[in-house]
Design a protein around this ligand. Structure first.
Ligand SMILES: Nc1ncnc2c1ncn2[C@@H]1O[C@H](COP(=O)(O)OP(=O)(O)OP(=O)(O)O)[C@@H](O)[C@H]1O
Ligand SMILES: [Mg+2]
Length: 241
């Protein structure tokens, strides 16, 4: 495939009369980590939810060169388009293993697919293998985020949309989670990473967009934005972790 894996053009999303996303343009290249950073309330979750088909939106969107608006939820999953939501949305009273198996629900009849996916997830997250019989709600915050990502990997995605994986995690755990996200990128999974934690996101990403009240205000290689005085003043100020 030539061209970007995901291309969003002039996307608008509104809650009633209030426009939370106001004409954004984004290109995501295959095999890279693209991040959208922005403060609380900037519209990051709204943008991801719209892209994942969970909210109505206006504009043009293409995934693998196809019109995203015409893709059903099943189509998206089959084509490897997978959202890891902000709240992690795990089934707390179900074992880790059952939470993982739900990630392959669409392919559940393909036993080989499910077995291979599970082997690969357990290989990448040995902690989940150790805790496979444990209820999800008994996991630590970092382990729950790993489980949310592991569940997404069960569908063998090509594009992972990660909404704020650092939320509520201690700095060392954030680094651990994002190092694994980079590992996924190195295995060929493309990533759209949405984060309030600008420093951590710019550290791990290849390309970055800065979102402010529903619009993208800056764009560039992540390493350039990490040293951009405007980004430092507004998004990196004071936090040195
Ligand atoms: N269900 C909703 N109904 C009405 N307004 C909403 C709804 N969800 C979000 N908003 C508003 O839309 C704007 C963008 O919210 P959004 O959750 O997308 O921001 P965000 O960048 O993800 O923030 P955070 O970093 O805190 O997760 C905010 O002003 C928010 O109050
Ligand atoms: Mg959000």
């Amino acid at each position: 495939m030539s061209g970007p894996l995901l291309e969003l053009e002039d996307i608008h999303v509104a809650y009633g009369k209030v426009e939370a996303v106001r004409g954004i343009n984004l290109k995501l290249d295959e095999g890279r980590i693209t991040t959208v950073i922005g403060a609380n309330g900037a519209g990051k979750t709204t943008l991801l939810s719209a892209a994942a088909g969970l909210l109505p939106w206006r504009g043009r969107a293409q995934y693998q060169g196809r019109d995203l608006a015409r893709m059903s939820a099943e189509d998206r999953v089959e084509r490897g388009f997978c959202l890891v939501p902000e709240q992690r949305a795990l089934f707390g009273d179900m074992p880790v293993l059952d939470n993982l198996l739900l990630g392959a629900y669409v392919r559940r009849r393909d036993k080989t697919f499910v077995r291979k996916s599970l082997e690969s997830v357990f290989e990448q997250f040995p902690r989940l293998a150790e805790r496979r019989a444990q209820e999800a709600q008994t996991l630590s915050g970092g382990e729950r985020q790993m489980l949310a990502i592991g569940r997404a990997l069960m569908s063998q995605p090509r594009l992972l949309l990660l909404d704020e994986p650092s939320l509520g995690l201690a700095p060392t755990i954030v680094r651990d989670v994002l190092t694994r996200v980079r590992g996924l990128r190195d295995q060929g999974v493309s990533i759209l990473l949405v984060e309030q934690n600008a420093r951590a996101a710019l550290d791990v990403a290849d390309h970055a967009y800065v979102m402010d009240t529903g619009e993208f205000v800056l764009e560039g290689p992540a390493s350039d934005l990490a040293t951009d005085p405007r980004v430092i003043a507004t998004y990196l100020g004071g936090s040195s972790d």
